[in-house]
Design a protein. Structure first.
Length: 192
C-alpha cells in the first residue's frame, strides 16, 4: 500500500532545474517564481507576502508556509496569529482607490497535520495582524518597501467580544476597536 502520510516540505532555493526523461532543462524554479510571483499587488500574493513580512518581524524560524492551516503563523511560544492584508492600489487599472476591508469570519479550522476540520466555528488565532499597504501612488508603490505598510495588531478576543459573527471589517470600524498601530520592526514587541 502506498505511503499517504503528509510530506515534509523542504525549502527550495530556486536553482532546482526542471527535468524531462532524466535530462535537466534550461529553466529552473527561480524562473517559475519570477513568472508566477512577480505581481506583488495581486490580492492573493500580497496576502502571502504580508504573512512573510510578519513572520520576519516576529523572527519565526519555520522555513516553509503551511497552506490552509487554521491560522497563518505560530510563534515559538505557541501564540497563534492570523494575517490579513489590504491595499489601496491594485496592479490592474483602477477608477478609484480600493476600499479597505479585511476578512474576519469565524471558521472551522483545518489541521494540516491531521487533515481534519474542527467541528467548532470560531476565530482560530490569538491575535490578528491587519497589514495595510497604505501607499497611494502607483508610480512608486513597492510592497517590498516596508515603510509603505502599516500594521494593526488586535487580540482576537476583542473581535470575539465586539464583532462575534461579523465576517468583514472596514478600516474605520477596525480603528474603533483600538488596535495597536505599528510599523515593521515593532510587531514582535506588541504581540509579546
Amino acid at each position: 500500500m502506498a505511503n499517504l502520510q503528509a510530506i515534509k516540505i523542504e525549502p527550495k532555493i530556486g536553482n532546482e532545474s526542471f527535468s524531462f526523461e532524466r535530462q535537466n532543462l534550461d529553466f529552473n524554479l527561480s524562473d517559475f517564481w519570477s513568472w508566477s510571483q512577480s505581481d506583488l499587488l495581486n490580492n492573493t500574493l500580497r496576502g502571502i507576502l504580508a504573512e512573510y513580512i510578519v513572520k520576519q518581524d516576529l523572527m519565526i524560524k519555520k522555513s516553509t508556509r503551511t497552506e490552509w492551516n487554521a491560522y497563518d503563523l505560530e510563534t515559538e511560544n505557541g501564540i497563534k496569529i492570523e494575517i490579513k492584508s489590504a491595499a489601496y492600489l491594485q496592479s490592474w487599472k483602477q477608477s478609484k482607490l480600493s476600499q479597505i476591508s479585511f476578512d474576519i469570519a469565524p471558521t472551522k479550522g483545518w489541521n494540516a497535520e491531521s487533515n481534519e476540520y474542527s467541528t467548532e466555528i470560531k476565530r482560530q488565532s490569538d491575535f490578528y495582524v491587519f497589514c495595510l499597504l497604505h501607499h497611494k501612488d502607483k508610480s512608486t508603490v513597492d510592497p517590498t518597501q516596508l515603510n509603505q505598510w502599516t500594521f494593526y495588531v488586535l487580540p482576537t478576543r476583542i473581535l470575539d467580544e465586539q464583532k462575534k459573527t461579523q465576517k468583514r471589517i472596514g478600516l474605520s470600524s477596525l480603528l474603533k476597536l483600538n488596535p495597536t498601530e505599528c510599523r515593521y520592526g515593532k510587531i514582535r514587541s506588541v504581540i509579546k
